[in-house]
Design a protein around this ligand. Structure first.
Ligand code: KG4
Ligand code: ZN
Length: 334
């Protein structure tokens, strides 16, 4: 069994994990920075980068201690090399390079999106390629066909905001604070999803893409009108997001069969996959299409280092390691 040290620092979570190629999670540690960013209502890139400098190295040591391992026991060091907030990515990547160099181990530069895309295979050994992946996070909203490690075809992306961003902005408008997704979901539970008429951008469009900026503006207008209860706005907003996601997935499913073997499984990943209403709508969609449905456990959906370690393990098994002069990339499409 190969053991991979995974490091994640592309946004506001510092994380380190030790992952076995047999899917064992030997250790995983995560340190959020919510308190540092809360006064600003969102992630401040420089504050995040500075926090990673302080947190990351002791966190890696703590993960090694949890697993009862030293760097000598590790077969490769994998770190997020992008996309993300570049200051944080640089802290994690340069830390990984230094550890790899000092311990004489190979480096694996992982695309954060690949981490999300492959994370369901860490949780579910039976998940085989190809699968259709909805990747929904604070920074991304994409539909991908995953044909194998390193073989991703993007079928849809957002033309403006990501779904998680729309949740976070809605939370801000409703005065719920940051991070917003879970708070909007909790408030939505007590509201009426039909109370506030909100748009479903691009619904029924021939292009498979997403758009959430217009929905966010409509939420702002509804809140400013003063004629709706916040819980009804939250519930109506969440229902609009669900409708958009399902409609665009239906569109992608009707096209993806033309591309060779049809995906047999619908998979969701990324922070927004923690949302219960979205999960149940996706499961129903998979049932309608006679597809399997895989949603990783919640902790694996939001940013973490286990998914980076696992993507590292998948790449390591194929001999895909990287040179020490590899660059950090703020933008890096899959
Ligand atoms: O994957 P992730 O941890 O970080 C990124 O790579 O972006 O995703 C974070 C996003 C945030 O926008 C957060 O509000 C959203 O996921 N999120 C949720 C829920 N939990 C987290 N959105 C809706 N419902 C939730 N329960
Ligand atoms: Zn992420």
């Amino acid at each position: 069994m190969a053991i991979i040290l995974g490091i994640e620092s592309s946004c506001d979570e510092s994380a380190a994990a030790l992952i076995g190629s047999d899917r064992s999670i030997l250790a995983h540690r995560l340190a959020g920075q919510e308190d540092a960013h809360r006064p600003y209502g969102g992630v401040v890139p420089e504050i995040a980068a500075r926090a990673h400098v302080q947190i990351l190295t002791p966190l890696i040591q703590a993960a090694l201690d949890d697993a009862g391992l030293t760097l000598d026991d590790v077969d490769a060091v994998a770190a997020t090399a992008g996309p993300g907030l570049i200051g944080g990515v640089m802290v994690g990547l340069v830390t990984a390079k230094a550890l790899a160099m000092a311990a004489g181990k190979p480096l694996i530069a992982v695309n954060h999106l690949e981490g999300h895309a492959l994370s369901p295979r860490l949780a579910d050994a039976s998940l085989e390629f190809p699968y259709l992946l909805l990747l929904v996070s604070g920074g991304h909203c994409q539909i991908l066909r995953v044909d194998g490690v390193g073989q991703y075809r993007r079928l849809a992306t957002t033309i403006d905001d990501a779904a998680g961003e729309a949740f976070d902005k809605t939370a801000k408008i409703l005065g719920l604070g940051y991070p917003g997704g879970p708070k909007v979901e909790a408030l939505a539970k007590t509201g009426d999803a039909r109370a506030v008429p909100l748009p479903r951008p691009l619904l029924g469009s021939a292009e498979p893409h997403f758009s959430f900026a217009g929905l966010k503006s409509a939420v702002l207008r509804a809140a400013q009108s003063g004629s709706h209860r916040p819980e009804d706005i939250a519930a109506s907003f969440q229902a609009a997001v669900v409708d958009c996601l399902i409609d665009r997935l239906e569109k992608a499913l009707s096209g993806s069969a033309d591309e060779g073997e049809s995906p047999r499984t619908l998979v969701v990943a990324g922070g927004v996959a923690a949302n219960g209403a979205i999960r149940s709508a996706l499961e129903a969609l998979a049932n309608r299409h006679d597809m399997g449905f895989v949603a990783p456990p919640l902790w694996l959906c939001t940013d973490n280092a286990a998914m980076i370690g696992w993507a590292g393990a998948e790449r390591f098994a194929l001999g895909l390691t990287d040179p020490l002069d590899i660059a950090a990339r703020p933008r890096w499409p899959l």
